[in-house]
Design a protein around this ligand. Sequence first.
Ligand SMILES: NC(=O)c1ccc[n+]([C@@H]2O[C@H](COP(=O)([O-])OP(=O)(O)OC[C@H]3O[C@@H](n4cnc5c(N)ncnc54)[C@H](OP(=O)(O)O)[C@@H]3O)[C@@H](O)[C@H]2O)c1
Length: 300
Amino acid sequence: MKILLLGANGQVGWELQRSLAPLSLLKACDRQSANLEDFDQLQTTLREFSPDIIVNAAAYTAVDNAESEAQRAHRINAEAVSLIADQAKRLNAWLIHYSTDYVFDGSKSEAYTEADQPNPLSVYGTSKLRGEEAIVKSGCKHLIFRTSWVFAHRGANFAKTMLRLARERDQLKVVSDQIGAPTSAELIADITSLCLYRLTHDNAFAEQAAGIYHLTPSGETSWHGFAKYVISEAQALGMAFQITPEYIEPIATKEYPLPAKRPANSRLDTKKLSDAFGVYLPPWQTHAKRLVTQLATQGI
Ligand SMILES: NC(=O)c1ccc[n+]([C@@H]2O[C@H](COP(=O)([O-])OP(=O)(O)OC[C@H]3O[C@@H](n4cnc5c(N)ncnc54)[C@H](OP(=O)(O)O)[C@@H]3O)[C@@H](O)[C@H]2O)c1
C-alpha cells in the first residue's frame, strides 16, 4: 500500500508526515515536488507514484488575500482538487481531503451537521466548497474532513500571534462574537490515521464509509476566549507578558473589519465521525495546552 501526501509542510501536512508514517510507505510532497498550480507536474507525480491513498493537505489558506486573488484560490482549492479526484478515481485510490467551517454562513444557532446546506460568505469558503463538490462529483472513494480554527507548533496561526502580541503590547482587542472550536493539527493528523487504518483493515466498513465528516475537538469558545486561554496557560508556565489575560478586551467583529467575511457560528457537530469511526474527540483545551507548553519551553 502506498500513500501520497500533498502539502507536507503546512500545519496539518507536517503532522501527517508523522502520523501517516507507521501506516504504510509514504511519499511526502511539498510545493516544489507537487505544485497544485502546475497541473502537468501534479498529474505526472500522481501517475508515476500510483498511490493507493492520496492525502491532500495542500490548500490556498490565506482567507483575506483570497478576496483579491480569487482565480488563484479557485485554481488551488477547486480545479487542482478536481484533477486529484479524477486521478484518484482512475487509480481506484482513496482521497482524503480537508475542508472548512467557512463553507457555512454561520447563521444557524446550533452546531452545523454534514446535512446542513453550505452557503459560504467568502472567496476562500466558496473555493473550498467547489473542491468538495468536485470530489463528490468525480465518484472517487473519499473522506472530506471539515475542520476549523487550526493551530500547530509549526506555521503561523492565531494562538502564536496572540502570544507574540501579548508580549509586545499593553493593549489587545480580540473578537468575541465568533464561536468555534480551535483544532490542533496534531488531532487532525491522528484522527486521519486512525480512520485510514480502519478503512484499510475493514473492507465491509470501507464500502460504506465514504463521505464528508466534521472533525474538530469537543467544546467551543470565541477568538477572545481562545486568546485568554493560551495567554493564561503560558503565564502559568512562567512566560512574561505586557498584558495579563483579564485586560484583553472583547470586541465585536464589526469593530475589526477584514476583507473576508467570517461565519459568526463556526461550530461543527462531530457525531457522524465519532459514531462511524469510533474515535474520541477530546476537549480543545487538551491540545491547546500542549501547544502552549511546547512554546513556553522551546520558544515561539
Ligand atoms: N488553517 C485553518 O485555520 C483551517 C481551518 C479550516 C480548514 N482548514 C483546511 O485544512 C487544510 C490544511 O490547512 P493548514 O492549516 O495546514 O494550512 P497551511 O498551514 O496554510 O498549509 C497549507 C499548505 O499548502 C501548501 N500549498 C499552498 N499552495 C500550494 C500549491 N500551489 N501547491 C502545493 N502546495 C501548496 C503550502 O505550501 P508552503 O508551505 O510552500 O506555503 C502549505 O504547506 C486545508 O485544506 C485548509 O483549507 C484550515
